[in-house]
Design a protein around this ligand. Structure first.
Ligand code: BGC
Length: 738
């Protein structure tokens, strides 16, 4: 353990102690032992039999070919690992929780607050708010008795058709890393362990359990791995969840390079690696760096129980590894204070306060994509408003899969999609109880607001013609386990929008999607809002933006392509050949699937568009406001940048200042280097300073980072495409190891 990590862990344990209300023992007695010191001492007291208790867990649900016996203290959820009461080690009670405490197939109906989708959180570009969201989730989890949250999705959006895009944050390593770190820190402020997941390069759901990702090490280090590295530094998660897919020929959960070398050796990660559910191919995963087998009934065998004990008994050289597995799990338990501050089921939850957090995220995450002639905000004088489609009379859409949250009272509407088997419950479109129609009516009491579900275009058109303004709600559902086939809006919604916009030029489109979509009708509309899956109070947040109670400040965290032809892989690998299969299993033992990420390398998303000179439909970082801003006076000194941002319009609002690398040595190279959300009153000016992480200027070469000295050009951007004048400065050569 490096001194650096020890210091960090000491700091973490101190925070834990103070957070616990300044426990007198900690405040007045000798300094508490660092978590890893305590962990080593506990391992020293373990019997050999006890050493394979923490190393594997079950899914405490009646699923799998051999459903396990479910202990009485287990809570229905994703995972359970028994504790060691003799040694004061608590059981691990695990729930999915990226967007809120998940409801697991509807088996637990206790209700939880749903934050907006991960992409919506990322669209706020606001780490403080994302941290509050994490703290909110952690508080609810604690009140339900969970102490490990399977949260922190940090995979980059390499393909806009990825079915889990909504759960993740962005396509950029800095933005994803900073925000996932904030979410994790928020969760862990509740004496709860959070994961960061899915390590790594889990870029598509199609064939997710066997797709082999090809990528050269430098490209991986500068993109997806960097997002995890920054996230781990910022959030210090107790656990890392490895992914389903293979990385350069070996499963991510049995991948010596990823787990032993990158994560544990290079990054000196002191916590533990848990597997994804059903991702462990064999006992060899233990030697490759996996510390805990999760939901073991979903794997071919419970490898990390008897087989692990036997392998260690047969080869004493393996003993140190088994001790290391236990030490890492215990280090995470002690660092988060799971034993000192146990989570007890039955705690009170302040749902109203938590809904306010969800609404704040939704308000800041909604992105105004188009606003012809200031069509928005809607005038309080509108007399007749036609609201069309998207079940806007009922609620707001959510994404599905293990991250699905159900609010108190369950969903307002659940549309089953005909799945069978244990995952059937995942295959339903669920709408949270937050109807945009009611929220619009509340903010336009003088207007006649009519609703049409949009199933008949002629009917919607007739209503649109009679109205001052038509608001069309368009949805695109996505789920873990399945990718979406293309970038269209399903169910004829494109035709509906085109017809309504033709009938009434004052047509506003509100998108509830978890992925980018193309907009063949865009030029005919007056305004477009991307509201994502907006969570527990999404309807209220959408109405607030429509009527100007909230000034939109969201910025796209992902590029919206104009077509799939612009992507590195216009055809999604395996999509056409494989039957839709939620689990993503190999259809036959010899089936093979690979995805070549070396096409774009570390130029993911906007970096790829810049490299190819392609213009997307909407660029990364894009978003309009009801006011206007100007950023200027960029000055660079060493690795720090300073500039000013001014609100040049008539309304208070927030913008996201974005600093980009433009070129190195005269060669074009675009990377986001820093960002800052700034709230400004009309006419107000603020100066902003950003520190640049040198890894963002560097290349990964020969086992380390290196910056070639010379001229580097930087620019402020409204987004990745609209950049201001660049400033060129000489950057000194530098080479370093992680
Ligand atoms: C997902 C994980 C999740 C786990 C437990 C898996 O299918 O990939 O994100 O944490 O299930 O529910």
């Amino acid at each position: 353990m490096s001194a650096r990590w020890s210091r960090r862990l000491c700091a973490a344990s101190l925070v834990v102690a103070l957070g616990a209300g300044g426990s007198p023992a900690f405040a007045q007695g000798p300094a508490p032992a660092a978590p890893e010191v305590r962990a080593a001492a506990t391992v020293g007291r373990m019997t050999e039999a006890e050493k394979t208790v923490l190393t594997h867990g079950i899914m405490p649900l009646p699923v799998g070919a051999n459903p396990p016996r479910i202990p009485t203290d287990a809570i229905p959820g994703a995972g359970y690992v028994p504790g060691l009461p003799r040694l004061g080690v608590p059981a691990l009670k695990e729930s999915d929780a990226s967007l809120g405490v998940a409801y697991v197939f509807g088996l637990r109906r206790d209700g939880a607050t749903a934050l907006p989708a991960g992409v919506a959180m990322a669209a706020t570009w606001n780490p403080d708010l994302v941290r509050q969201g994490g703290a909110m989730i952690g508080a609810e989890a604690r009140a339900k008795g969970f102490n490990v949250l399977l949260a922190g999705g940090a995979n980059l959006m390499r393909d806009p058709r990825n079915g889990r895009t909504f759960e993740y944050l962005s396509e950029d390593p800095l933005l994803s890393g900073v925000l996932v770190g904030a979410a994790i820190a928020g969760i862990q402020s509740n004496h709860i362990i959070s994961t960061i997941k899915h390590f790594a390069l889990n870029g598509q759901e199609t064939g997710r359990k066997f797709v082999d990702v090809k990528i050269a090490e430098p490209a991986a280090r500068e993109s997806d791995l960097l997002a995890f590295q920054i996230g781990i530094e910022a959030g210090r998660p107790g656990a890392v969840m490895c992914a389903y897919n293979q990385v350069v020929g070996s499963p991510a959960c049995a991948n010596d390079w990823l787990l032993n070398r990158v994560l544990k050796r290079d990054w000196r990660y002191p916590g533990f690696v848990m597997s994804d559910w059903g991702a462990v191919p064999s006992l060899s995963a233990a030697w490759a760096g996996l510390d805990q087998q999760s939901g073991a009934q979903l794997d071919p065998q419970v490898f990390f129980d008897r087989p692990l004990a036997q392998a260690v008994a047969a080869d004493p050289a393996r003993k140190a590894r088994l001790d290391d597995m236990n030490r890492r799990i215990l280090t995470a338990i002690y660092a988060a204070g799971l034993d000192a501050e146990p989570a007890v089921p039955g705690g009170a939850i302040d749902f109203a306060a938590h809904a306010a957090v969800a609404e704040a995220v939704a308000r800041q995450g909604i992105v105004l994509l188009r606003n012809r002639d200031g069509a928005l905000p809607l005038a309080a004088t509108a007399k007749r408003i036609a609201v069309i489609g998207g079940y806007a009379d009922t609620g707001v859409l959510s994404g599905a899969g293990s991250s699905q949250v159900q609010g108190p009272g369950g969903p307002a509407l659940s549309v089953p999609l005909g799945g069978t088997g244990p995952f059937a419950a995942f295959l339903s479109q669920q709408y949270h109880r937050s109807a945009p129609l009611a929220a619009i009516r509340a903010l336009a009491p003088q207007a006649e607001v009519v609703f049409r579900d949009g199933r008949y275009i002629a009917d919607a058109v007739a209503q649109a013609k009679k109205a001052d303004v038509a608001i069309v709600f368009a949805t695109k559902w996505a789920t873990e386990g399945l990718d979406v086939p293309d970038l269209s809006l399903p169910n004829g919604q494109d035709a509906l929008i085109a017809a309504v916009a033709q009938a009434n030029p004052n047509t506003i489109v509100v998108l509830e999607t978890g992925n980018p979509v193309v907009m063949p009708w865009l030029d005919k509309t007056a305004a477009v809002l991307e509201a994502w899956y907006p969570g527990a109070r999404g309807g209220e947040a959408i109405a607030a933006v429509l009527f100007g109670k909230a000034n939109p400040s969201g910025r796209l965290p992902i590029t919206f392509p104009a077509s799939v032809q612009q992507l590195p892989r216009p055809v999604l690998d395996g999509y056409a050949e494989l039957e839709p299969n939620f689990a993503g299993d190999r259809p036959t033992p010899d089936a093979r699937l690979s995805a070549n990420y070396d096409i774009e390398g570390s130029d993911v998303g906007y970096r790829w568009f810049a490299r190819k000179g392609e213009a997307p439909l909407f660029p990364f970082g894009f978003g309009l406001s009801y006011t206007s801003f100007a950023a200027s006076d960029l000055k660079l000194k060493g690795l720090s940048a300073q500039f000013t941002v001014r609100n040049t319009g008539q309304r208070a609002g927030a913008t996201v200042a974005q600093l980009y690398l433009v070129s190195r040595h005269g060669e074009a190279k675009q990377r986001l280097l820093g960002f800052q959300r700034v709230e400004l009153a009309p006419g107000e000016t603020r100066s902003v300073s950003l520190n640049i992480d040198p890894r963002l200027l560097a290349d990964w070469t020969d086992g380390g980072w290196s910056i070639a000295g010379g001229p580097y050009a930087f620019a402020l951007g409204d987004d990745a495409e609209h950049l201001g004048a660049s400033q060129t400065v000489r950057v000194a050569a530098r080479r370093w190891k992680d």
